[in-house]
Design a protein around this ligand. Sequence first.
Ligand SMILES: [Zn+2]
Length: 353
Amino acid sequence: MRAARYYDQKDIRIEDIPEMELLPGTVEIEVAWCGICGTDLHEYLEGPIFVPPAGHPHPISGESAPVTLGHEFSGTVTALGEGVTDLKVGENVVVEPYIINDDVDTSKGQSYHLSKDMNFIGLGGRGGGLSEKIVVKRRWVHPIGDIPLDQAALIEPLSVGHHAFVRSEAKAGQVAIVGGAGPIGLLTAAVLKAEGLTVYISELSEARKAKARETGVADDVFDPREVNVAEKVRELTSGKGADVGFECSSVPVVLDMLLDAVKPGGVVVNVSIWGHKPAVDMPKIVLKEIDLRGTIGYAGDHPDTIALVQSGKLDLAPFITGRIGLDELVSGGFEQLINNNEHHVKIIVNPKA
Ligand SMILES: [Zn+2]
């Protein structure tokens, strides 16, 4: 089968590789669509980061570069390993792409994503969504019912937004301010809106402001060059401030704005990955008793995220901004996202095309 293999920084090759073996307890999936993620771009430009470098096998997967890429994918079940009886061949599914030690409790309510040596399918080994087929342990396969397969490729990043929402402990009727309308900012806002919050977004880029408006994920979008966003949020909340803030930009002034914009006793969830250590306004955190919380990946979020999409409260279609075949992965996918990133949310790849 054809697959996109990560060898090293700036070295991704489309190759023919053997299909994966269907072992007891696993599911074979024909991949329909696979999204390209910021993490993939970081591996391409600055990696290997999550990818175990050649000669340094990952402690759980036992694999090192070259590895198959792609962790945001949907597909159709084509075969069931021995003992898998609760899925059907022909059923559409997505994968929660974790590589986690067998002795970790991965049941609902457990923080299995924080376990030692956690990595991701499509980065740390065990195949990937940028190939025609993949074999995955049953635990990580989630049925999606009649959600279209192209939109379903976005359930993985949407689950990141869902987990950020869960971490915030926000409730319907509350007010959220999201800093940054890149893919994760937009998808986090989409979850918040679907969960019944009032959502404000702060963003500089014209293209991203337009996307935040046209997708309907924000009640209003503010440009920090035009308005003092924190003041504007207070104005809209009778002087109180937002209940929750979400940092989705990894820009220090955005973090400052969020600490300013949330109410005393409010919560700020950091969703973005920081390449450097920002100066944090600790006096503000102290004097307002703000909870600053981290969030990474997801744990037990996929079923609720899928249900949210099935409910019709959230439309993933407008976030798909490009569709390509596997041969165009680098030129039409990675290079597009690097050079033209403001105009894209998600480019999805059909591995069979
Ligand atoms: Zn990702």
